[in-house]
Design a protein around this ligand. Structure first.
Ligand code: CA
Length: 367
């Protein structure tokens, strides 16, 4: 953190110097960096290579840092299964086998239950609120604290916005319809689903279509129209439910090996930091632009049956979510600390969201 602040201060000095008097004087950051050093990183991801949306964040990040660093930091992206399996990303970066990874913190709940709160909390915060908590509400400091024992430095790595509740082979008309249903649904939401009688499984995205088509699962959540269309999930299930109660803005992550991070010159650290911030926003921009036409194609061309989850099912999910979260934090001090920060920010932000975003959406009309 100190090094990052030092590098940011260095950049600020550059800006001030350039703006102030036009002289190009050496600064702390430029003096410390060794311009001749070229750093070559491997980044492993939990997504298939070049997968639209989620999988483009690592590619876009690699392009951005290469351009911003003038080629001094080169990042090569390896999709799921190329160097390590999708679910091996955390360990590979932690032990330094590779320098960097991209995925989602809730995949690592087995490492630390607290990790789940950095991806998605059922009935939690939307993307705007989540970004506010992480970057201006103390969330990111906690995330670093949770990952420090694993020798990892985390960064927000893109958000999908509110997701879809998922693909189902049969209609869901009551809580009873969830009983015995085998569904791919990771993280806290999976435990909530189990509480209502469902059978949750965690599978990487690349395995969803086959699992759904062969009947080894009855339902799956993935992301939203743009990504779900790409995987062809509509060919394996007819009913597409909303809203994404479980992932009201799933936040992805970049992780960097801590030793690698600390050996990086401050100016390159600043480039990595700001590139992640840019990519974090860029992903949301892309989903906002592409989900609409994908939804139209799913419904108009492929005959997908769009359904809203019944109110009583949503109510049951909400109640079960509170129970699961309370039990999770009762068993783990770190999870409790993270959730208390999350929940306190959520309580503070909700009144204004209600009279700004929510109130505006209500008044703006349909045409
Ligand atoms: Ca999801």
């Amino acid at each position: 953190m100190k090094r990052m602040l030092a590098s940011l201060a260095g950049l600020a000095m550059v800006v001030l110097t350039l703006n102030g008097c036009g002289k190009e004087e050496p600064t702390a950051a430029t003096a410390q960096a060794a311009p001749q050093d070229v750093f070559e990183w491997k980044m492993v991801t939990t997504w298939p290579r070049n997968y639209p949306g989620l999988g483009m964040a690592p590619e876009n990040f690699a392009k951005a840092v290469n351009a911003m660093s003038g080629g001094r930091l080169k990042v090569k992206v390896h999709g799921a299964g190329e160097l390590v399996p999708a679910m091996g990303v955390f360990d590979a970066v932690a032990r330094g086998a590779v320098q960097m990874g991209h995925g989602a913190a809730y995949y690592w709940k087995g490492k630390s239950p607290a990790a789940q709160f950095f991806t998605a909390v059922p009935f939690g915060m939307n993307v705007q609120e989540m970004n506010g908590w992480l970057h201006y509400g103390g969330g990111m400091e906690l995330w670093r604290e949770v990952y420090a024992p694993f020798n990892l430095v985390p960064f927000a790595g893109g958000s999908t916005g509110v997701q879809m509740a998922g693909w189902f082979k049969k209609e869901i008309n009551s809580v009873d319809d969830l009983k015995g249903l085998k569904m791919r649904i990771p993280g806290l939401a999976g435990e909530v689903f189990q509480r209502l009688g469902g059978v949750p499984v965690t599978l990487p995205g690349g395995e969803l279509f086959t699992a759904l088509q062969t009947g080894s699962i009855d339902a799956t959540e993935w992301v939203g129209p743009y990504n779900d269309l790409t995987f062809g999930l509509y060919k394996a299930a007819d009913y597409y439910y909303y809203p994404g109660w479980h992932e009201p803005g799933a936040m992805l992550e970049f992780i960097v090996n801590k030793d690698t991070w600390e050996s990086l010159p401050p100016d390159l650290q600043a480039i990595v930091t700001y590139a992640t911030r840019a990519i974090n926003q860029d992903m949301l921009d892309e989903y906002t632009a592409r989900n609409n036409s994908a939804l139209k194609e799913l419904v108009d061309k492929h005959g997908v049956q769009l359904r809203k989850l019944p109110d009583d099912v949503v109510d049951a999910l909400r109640i079960a979510s509170k129970q699961v979260i309370q039990e999770t934090i009762a068993e783990d001090e770190t999870a409790k600390k993270v959730y208390e920060s999350f929940q306190s920010f959520r309580a503070d932000v909700m009144p204004y969201t209600a009279i700004s975003e929510a109130a505006f959406l209500e008044i703006r009309g349909d045409d």
